[in-house]
Design a protein around this ligand. Structure first.
Ligand code: GLN
Length: 193
């Protein structure tokens, strides 16, 4: 079977770190910067951390927003980390404008405040076990908006990772660790889609 190609949204932010994880796992990937990059053979998409407002604006100006949104609605596997989670959320408690709006959760941006701008913790992640979670001006999930959203991790009572059908989203940065397990899980989701 031909290898499946994973798209990595490369408009802004920490996309190269995701690419390094994919390369270490032997996966084929392509940077998605314009609509021409997002061809039908893309079997899964990674939305990196960064600045969600900038990424959202660039998704509009490049025309990528609508085709990405459509494929996610058609069940293409997608993984969003940090700003990527913000872009997937259907509701934001402290921002007017949502991005792709495909994930039925309400997210709070910069939710840990200034003191906890950046921190790390070993937290249990469902299906994986203890995982080194790195948070950088991180959001968290304030509310689940559909009963079939699966909570994968919490930290201090707040939800930090969820799965909803083929959408995997987390407020931390697995691409900034040496731990490949989250990316391996996502590749399995893309392989079986
Ligand atoms: N605070 C950023 C935002 O709101 C997200 C931070 C990150 O992706 N590390 O877009």
């Amino acid at each position: 079977m031909a290898k499946k190609t994973i798209g990595v949204l490369a408009l802004q932010g920490a996309f190269q770190e995701h690419e390094q994880m994919l390369a270490r796992l032997g996966a084929d990937y392509r940077e998605i910067r314009q609509t021409a990059d997002f061809t039908a053979d893309i079997a899964g998409l990674i939305l990196p951390g960064g600045e969600s407002t900038t990424q959202r604006k660039l998704m509009y100006s490049t025309g990528l927003l609508a085709p990405l949104q459509q494929r996610i609605r058609e069940d293409m596997p997608v993984m969003g980390t940090c700003a990527g989670l913000i872009l997937l959320a259907q509701e934001l408690s402290n921002d007017e404008e949502t991005g792709l709006s495909t994930l039925p959760v309400r997210v709070k941006r910069n939710a840990y405040g200034r003191q906890l701008g950046s921190f790390a913790a070993d937290i249990s992640l469902a299906g994986i076990g203890k995982f080194p979670m790195r948070f950088i001006r991180a959001p968290y999930i304030e509310k689940i908006l559909q009963p079939d959203v699966e909570v994968l991790a919490t930290y201090q009572g707040q939800i930090t990772a969820v799965r909803y059908h083929k959408q995997l989203a987390m407020s931390f940065h697995p691409e900034l660790t040496q731990d490949l397990r989250v990316h391996r899980l996502f590749l399995q989701m893309a392989a079986s889609a």
